[in-house]
Ligand binder design. Sequence first.
Ligand SMILES: Cc1cc2nc3c(=O)[nH]c(=O)nc-3n(C[C@H](O)[C@H](O)[C@H](O)COP(=O)(O)O)c2cc1C
Ligand SMILES: [Mn+2]
Length: 301
Amino acid sequence: MPKDLRSYIAQVTSAAPNELARVAREVDPDLELTGVLRKLQEQNEYPAVMFEKVRGTEMPVIANVLASRKRLAIALETTEAGLTREYARRQHSPIAPVEATDAPVKEAVSIGDEVDLQKLPNIVHCGGDGGPYISSGVSIIRDPDTGIHNAGTYRLQIKGKNRLGIYPGVYSHMYHVQRKYEQKGEGAPVAIAVGHHPAVYLAGQYRGPLEVDELDIAGGLLGEALRTVPCETIDLSAPADAEIVIEGRILANVREHEGPFGEYTWYMGPAVNCQVIEVTAVTHRGTPSTRTSSAPIPSTT
Ligand SMILES: Cc1cc2nc3c(=O)[nH]c(=O)nc-3n(C[C@H](O)[C@H](O)[C@H](O)COP(=O)(O)O)c2cc1C
Ligand SMILES: [Mn+2]
């Protein structure tokens, strides 16, 4: 069994059941999920929270996945005391991805006009946000000069059926690589994996030189090769065991109003003028083995 969000949830459920809370009743995607997290936070509690029913979508949502050292230790198969050392060891032991022969993420495929981002959980996180956001996707881009992959989490504003705002800071590799395409007048193919093993998210936070392939880092942190599969509509591969993959292109020479967004710092991140993704396909998984609902498990912060 490849390591993915589902295997990780199963691992947490057996190793530390108190680390996962479930909300069975329907919640409103507009501020209610984050309201629940905030209440827990006020009690100094940070369980992963599975929202089983979110109004307006078939998909459950899991939040707070990476919010405790105990759960991070479970993710890296170590102890809390050993976490830093094990992270460092894995970070320095990259493993190249392998192309998967089967791809759970292709169980449902929407291409072109079939794409509707509004069928995904459209979560409004904070009062004053510019709209619904996908706050924890791992966006993957490939350097057109070297073929090296870069991964990171950037806030993604849902702007319509097939349009996302993406805000890569000017310091980020994502920004730098996207500009390389733009200087040739080309859109930048990007694949966004939503819902995967925490190690894949940690790889997105890796800060190293541009020459390091962050899919190799994902493999190192996972402790096994990341399984990838070619995208449907762009020349790029994406994680085969993600819950959802969103494919598209960052449009060249287009900047649009995006934000504001209530940030992890507890301050409002201001509205900015930034890049836009035209989404060309959404693929996702079907029935999770760990639950009875017939939907994949995207995640949010
Ligand atoms: C939940 C979350 C949201 C983030 N949102 C953004 C964002 O909107 N823009 C950004 O530039 N960085 C954001 N970051 C930080 C980047 O993911 C991080 O700096 C990453 O290492 C950048 O990778 P890169 O330099 O390879 O592009 C976010 C991180 C997390 C965990
Ligand atoms: Mn990078």
